[in-house]
Design a protein around this ligand. Structure first.
Ligand code: PRP
Length: 192
């Protein structure tokens, strides 16, 4: 067995468990949208790109993929700050069946902002699909499809990053607190 990268404390969700859950979610979405002509799937960059790629390839219903990038000004480990759109959709979504795909809900600010903003563009329906959720009392987020509840620790891999590193790890792992508490940059382990 390969050694875990020294910056990582433990694997929280294995690659196999992720793939199994992603298939289950894709089946549920395919069933729920079976009578719809097309799903307009919106991946939220950067974190959702791997989840979105795996999920959409398992769907058996017609869909198109688009992307948005958002950024949180003043984000810290416990707060998202103000959310703003860095890259918007290519097309209007009025009258479309829209599904937002996110990698993680932490404080819930990002998904709440996106839900509110996209609802205002008058889609025929608007649902959300989230791989990971850190459950918090204060959260009031509409999540229609959820992969896993996770503990309140810094997680990386399968799209999630720390300082833009670790995103392409095939599993979800907990980052050692000393890594995100220190000021110098850490080393990206790539796919090891
Ligand atoms: C992460 C994640 C969500 C958001 C969740 O994005 O992808 O969009 O934070 O946090 P919240 O529930 O507290 O709002 P991030 O800003 O790290 O950007 P990235 O996806 O480009 O890594």
């Amino acid at each position: 067995m390969k050694e875990l990268h020294p910056d990582l404390k433990r694997i929280i969700i294995s690659s196999e468990s992720i793939q199994t859950r992603v298939s289950e979610i894709a089946n549920n979405i395919s069933k729920d949208y079976a009578d719809k002509k097309n799903i307009y799937i919106i991946g939220i960059l950067k974190g959702a790109f791997i989840f979105l790629a795996d999920l959409t390839r398992e769907l058996s219903v017609p869909h198109v993929v688009d992307f948005m990038a958002v950024s949180s000004y003043g984000k810290t480990a416990t707060s998202s700050g103000a959310v703003r759109i860095m890259m918007d959709l290519r097309e209007p979504i009025e009258g479309k069946h829209v599904l937002i795909v996110e990698d993680i809900v932490d404080t819930g600010h990002t998904l709440n902002y996106l839900h509110r903003t996209l609802k205002g563009r008058k889609p025929a329906s608007l649902q959300t699909c989230v791989l990971l959720q850190k459950k918090r009392e204060s959260q009031k987020v509409p999540i229609h499809y959820l992969g896993f509840d996770i503990p309140d620790v810094w997680v990386v891999g399968y799209g999630l990053d720390y300082a833009d590193g670790y995103r392409t790890l095939p599993f979800i792992a907990e980052l050692k607190p000393k890594i995100y508490k220190r000021t110098t940059e850490s080393t990206d382990p790539g796919n090891k």
